[in-house]
Design a protein around this ligand. Structure first.
Ligand SMILES: Nc1nc2c(ncn2[C@@H]2O[C@H](COP(=O)(O)OP(=O)(O)O)[C@@H](O)[C@H]2O)c(=O)[nH]1
Ligand SMILES: [Mg+2]
Ligand SMILES: [Zn+2]
Length: 353
């Protein structure tokens, strides 16, 4: 296998050369479990850990490797490899961590496209699609909406759902598929390019793993959960999340998400709700919240039926979450700064004694 088949490119190559990392091996993280990683290299798959330095200098989750990351490592044997550096990411998908406000969780790195997988049965929910979309838009990852399990409902209903989505979400392809009948597979595989990386975002049970298994032509991903094997008394996961498909595309199967918290700082909402943002420039008040103000063009568009009311409400909800996320992050930084000062002064005082 060549590294290019895993998505390796000239940019990463240049970075390695410019930063004297050519003495290390290069690999891509294909699974992560509790700070233990599986790294794929030209020599095979390795169980790896990060250096103490990487751990102690990490300021947050983003500074740890994630599935899809390129890393510089040293390999000793299949169960022992050390990750020295994370190579610069072309994209990073993250969300607000469940139950820990102000904390982010990294879902995957170096992703080109995200399949937003939603089943057309009970799972279907446009508000949630807008959430995934916002995550993609702030990650600079191109989204594709994949409606699964179309075999479970009438064809007419599938078209209806597609139209409903297109009325609210513009400029994002919508592909309807069935993993049972494989209807729609041609349209989906047609957009998968060689050496590009795709991830799947969606609730658990949406059909992501089944899709991956079918596309890879092998049964590689168990359609339930993690399997583990014990090795030398250590817990080593045999779970893989990143696969090379038969047509050369690279597909990442992430565990399903029940909650998709918004941790947007890169204008994801702006892109997802571009119409609201365009309208808001016309509002009478610069700091208009688009809720009660007179001279609000967003409200006017909702009242006139030009802007989908549900989409508008979904936007307000996510905007609030984003503001809350940002304020908790700011508060934490403020406290860390004060904490740092106290420690510094304390050390100074000790020196005086
Ligand atoms: N009828 C139908 N069932 C599906 C389809 N795709 C997946 N399933 C079933 O839905 C369940 C969950 O699928 P899975 O791929 O594990 O979902 P994941 O949690 O998103 O990875 C399994 O029982 C699958 O057999 C589909 O297109 N049609
Ligand atoms: Mg799965
Ligand atoms: Zn307004």
């Amino acid at each position: 296998m060549k590294l290019e088949e895993l998505g390796y490119n000239k940019k990463i190559e240049k970075y390695r050369k410019d930063n004297n990392l050519t003495g290390f091996e290069t690999g891509r993280i294909i699974a992560e479990h509790k700070e233990r990683y599986i790294v794929k290299t030209v020599k095979g798959d390795f169980n790896a850990e990060i250096t103490g330095n990487l751990r102690f200098t990490a300021k947050g989750r983003e500074d740890f490797p994630a599935v899809g990351d390129w890393v510089a490592l040293t390999t000793y044997d299949p169960d022992l490899a050390i990750i020295h550096n994370i190579l610069p990411r072309s994209s990073i998908i993250k969300r607000q961590a469940v139950g820990q406000f102000g904390e982010i969780q990294v879902i995957a790195a170096n992703i080109d496209y995200a399949f937003l997988v939603q089943a057309v049965d009970r799972d279907f929910n446009i508000n949630r699609l807008e959430r995934y979309l916002t995550i993609c838009n702030s990650s600079k990852v191109r989204p594709v909406i994949v409606l699964s399990k179309t075999d479970l409902i009438d064809e007419d209903r599938v078209s209806e759902i597609s139209e409903q989505i297109k009325a609210r979400i513009r400029n994002v392809p919508v592909i309807a598929i069935s993993n049972e009948t494989r209807d729609g597979y041609e349209a989906l595989t047609a957009i998968i390019e060689k050496e590009k990386t795709y991830c799947m975002l969606g609730s658990s049970g949406a059909g992501k793993s089944t899709l991956l298994n079918n596309l890879s032509g092998r049964t590689m991903m168990r359609t339930d959960s993690i399997s583990q094997s014990t090795n030398k008394g250590k817990h080593v996961t045999s779970h893989r999340e990143l696969f090379i498909l038969e047509n050369g595309g690279i597909l990442v199967d992430n565990p399903g998400m029940r909650e998709v918290g918004i941790a947007d700082s890169e204008g994801g909402l702006e892109t997802t709700f571009d119409m609201i943002f365009s309208l808001s420039k016309l509002c009478k008040f610069k700091n208009c919240t688009h809720t009660t103000e007179a001279g609000c063009y967003v409200l006017e568009a909702v009242e006139k039926g030009e802007l989908d009311k549900n989409s508008y409400e979904n936007y307000l909800k996510m905007e609030k979450e984003k503001a809350y996320f940002e304020s908790t992050v700011a508060e934490r930084h403020r406290k860390e700064k004060i904490f740092g000062k106290i420690i510094k002064n304390y050390k100074k005082d000790i020196k005086k004694i």
